[in-house]
Design a protein. Structure first.
Length: 320
């Protein structure tokens, strides 16, 4: 799983020396070790067209030592991103659909990792019925059913639904006392969801995320359908939250839309959030993204339709 901190640490290592090979490997296209070795030959051809052939062996050794077969099975992902410098190699597991691509430049091409970080979703799902409940953990679209020990039963409160739901709420609060940063989506009938939401803590439960999947038919396929539905709602909410955040910053004159102003703020570490349109992404904006991440700023790579004011790039700046 790729994290912003992990990427920032990679981008700010003092000992890194270019040129950099940025290699995105799709497991659909490169499915075995032989495919991977053939890909290395393709990388070599592109590398020696741009750089001294004498330094290629330093890169080749790192690529050949990478355990491609092992990486393929980590987390059942879609691929892996490899970044190779003169002195080091870094790998990031990918979960989003990708195409195999090669980039050789004086900086890393971080577009795919930005998308990967944006796409990560982690939450819980409480499937709540009158007298029973299940709990799922969702990580990037993959779900697992949690084993619940000593879960409350309705007979303890004479099948009083209000009291039973309160027991469930308290049970979950105790269970996740040290893990309350994850939101929990309640999947229930409208009546039960409304009742439980009245009892639940606003911070922990995502009350504005709702599933319309039939509660009486929640087999594996239906659960997968439900997860897709919930994921989309989370992404839609995130897009709306980003829009509101930019509008508020604009009201306080804390936005920049001129590229020169954005670059100046980035070099000073004064960018809170950098917005880049996918259609406009180029080397300049890639380097700008790297600088922003290096100063602990956020970078969003969005479809043009989701960009503030339909711009190619924009930034929320920090006030010092």
């Amino acid at each position: 799983m790729t994290s912003t901190i992990e990427l920032r640490n990679t981008l700010t290592l003092d000992y890194e020396v270019g040129p950099f090979i940025s290699l995105i490997v799709s497991f659909n296209e490169i499915s075995n070790k032989n495919d991977y070795l053939n890909l290395i030959e393709t990388v070599k051809e592109e590398f020696i067209q741009k750089h001294d052939e004498n330094i290629w062996p330093r890169y080749e050794r790192k690529l050949r030592r990478f355990n491609f077969d092992r990486a393929k099975h980590i987390g059942n992902g879609s691929g892996v991103a490899l970044y190779v410098s003169f002195k080091a190699i870094h790998s990031f597991d990918l979960t989003q659909p990708v195409k195999t691509q090669i980039s050789i430049d004086d900086t890393m091409n971080v577009a795919q990792l930005i998308k990967e970080i944006e796409s990560q979703l982690h939450y819980r799902v409480l499937i709540l019925r009158d007298t029973d409940f299940k709990l799922l953990r969702v990580d990037n679209g993959h779900f697992s059913i949690l084993n619940l020990v000593n879960k409350p039963i309705p007979v303890l409160v004479n099948n009083d639904k209000n009291k039973y739901f309160m027991l469930v709420k308290e049970y979950l609060s105790d269970l996740f006392d040290d893990d309350d940063y994850l939101q929990t989506v309640v999947v229930a009938s409208e009546e039960n969801r409304k009742l439980f939401n009245e009892l639940a803590d606003q911070k922990t439960f995502a009350k504005d995320i709702v599933s319309k999947v039939d509660m009486d038919d929640l087999g594996p396929d239906k659960i997968s359908e439900m997860i897709d539905e919930l994921n989309q709602q989370f992404f839609d909410k995130l897009a709306n939250d980003n829009k509101i955040k930019y509008e508020k910053a604009s009201d306080h004159r804390l936005v920049a839309t001129d590229l020169r102003d954005i670059i100046s703020n980035a070099l000073s570490g004064k960018i809170d959030t950098l917005y880049i349109s996918e259609e406009s992404y180029n080397k300049t904006l890639n380097d700008l993204a790297i600088t922003t991440i290096g100063f602990a700023g956020n970078v969003l790579l969005l479809p043009k339709s989701q960009m503030p004011m339909n711009l190619d790039y924009a930034a929320i700046t920090l006030k010092f």
